[in-house]
Design a protein around this ligand. Structure first.
Ligand SMILES: Nc1ncnc2c1ncn2[C@@H]1O[C@H](COP(=O)(O)OP(=O)(O)OP(=O)(O)O)[C@@H](O)[C@H]1O
Ligand code: NI
Length: 338
């Protein structure tokens, strides 16, 4: 379904984005780059506060324009530069190419409207001529909800069923890309597995690309062909899931693996990586991970690591230590400045 030559569906290049608050400016994206090919499943992982949802909202045009500024970098969707899109342009794009599901379906569903009505409203006007009632049936079948759910209100459904409703609404526009931001975090383990299976099945059937955001490296590596690891607003390692799993190069990625089996603390940080994520209201010199990094060396304090390729399979890393340990080529055509 994916080929490396395919024109990317999504191309985010070196995005810098900040939120303006009353007392501070939070630079939540500090060099995030990510591509998604048509039909490809891409995972985005990182600790709480690393900027995953910020990036997803930037891609969907869902950041509040009053407090959000794109400082530099670009976002292309299906060949169109959407970096400076206004609300009306975004609405068109979200009604055609892009859809999303989030962690908490209840906050996106209208509590006093029956499910079928909400699904109808998610069907773009241009597609309503086809026979709306049949289309709702099709969508319910697609997400494996019983027809009886049509007449229910959101509070009458279980968490897993509500997530299926949200999915039906997301699919109503036949999107090319589904962005799923922690879609199963609020669900119990069994329901989580069912929703993940459903997502995989839908992707295959509909030929849709997916960006899956999660803290859970295990979940993402099962569902995705390629994985991006994010830290302090920047993408620090990415490549085929198999390659990231077998040969993680960034000490942060290794830390995520080491702690995958450990408990996550209530603040969302991983138990076995010591220290805190840096304060994104402050300027960061050098590598943002150096304060927590077991391999940090003097140049990590002064110089931001270059982005370098590891091997032939599209595995990249931003880390001086990966270079100096000989995992990556020292310098050359494949080294880009971060
Ligand atoms: N609307 C906003 N206004 C101001 N700051 C924000 C806003 N949204 C996020 N932030 C800040 O931006 C940083 C990145 O947050 P973001 O939600 O993108 O991280 P995340 O990786 O999705 O975390 P989580 O795993 O907890 O969902 C954090 O410091 C957060 O507090
Ligand atoms: Ni988030």
């Amino acid at each position: 379904m994916t080929s490396p030559q395919a024109k990317p569906l999504v191309e985010i290049s070196d995005l810098h984005l900040s939120y303006t608050m009353q007392r501070a400016t939070i630079q939540a994206s500090r060099g995030a780059s990510l591509t998604i090919a048509p039909g490809e499943a891409v995972g985005l992982v990182g600790e709480s506060g690393s900027g995953k949802s910020t990036l997803a909202r930037a891609l969907l045009g869902l950041n509040d324009p009053k407090s959000t500024r794109i400082d530099s970098g670009s976002i292309f969707v299906d060949g169109t530069d959407v970096t400076r899109f206004g609300e009306r342009d975004w609405r068109v794009l979200r009604g055609s190419s892009l859809s999303m599901v989030f962690q908490d379906p209840l906050s996106f569903l209208n509590p006093v409207m029956r499910i079928d009505r909400q699904i109808v409203e998610a069907i773009p006007k241009s597609m309503r001529a086809e026979g709306v009632s049949e289309r709702v049936d099709d969508l319910l079948r697609l997400v494996k909800l019983p027809q009886a759910a049509r007449r229910s209100y959101p509070h009458e459904l279980s968490g897993g069923m509500r997530q299926r409703v949200l999915l039906a609404m997301a699919l109503a526009s036949k999107p090319k890309l589904l962005v799923a931001d922690e879609p199963t975090t609020a669900l119990d383990v069994t329901t989580q597995a069912e929703i993940m299976d459903l997502l995989g099945e839908l992707r295959q059937r509909l030929g849709m690309a997916m960006l899956l955001i999660s803290h859970d490296l295990g979940l993402v590596s099962k569902a995705c062909e390629r994985i991006y690891v994010m830290y302090a607003g920047r993408t620090v390692e990415w490549g085929p899931g198999s390659s990231i799993l077998k040969t993680p190069a960034h000490p942060y990625t290794k830390g995520l693996f080491d702690s995958a089996r450990a408990l996550r603390l209530p603040n969302g940080l991983f138990a076995t990586i010591g220290g805190d994520v840096p304060n994104l209201a402050h300027k960061i010199e050098g590598c943002p991970f150096r304060m927590r990094c077991p391999l940090a060396m003097p140049k990590c304090t002064t110089m931001s690591p270059a982005t370098q390729v590891l091997g032939q399979d599209g595995h990249w890393v931003r880390c001086w230590a990966a270079q100096d340990s000989g995992i990556a080529p020292a310098q050359g055509n494949d080294v880009k400045n971060a």
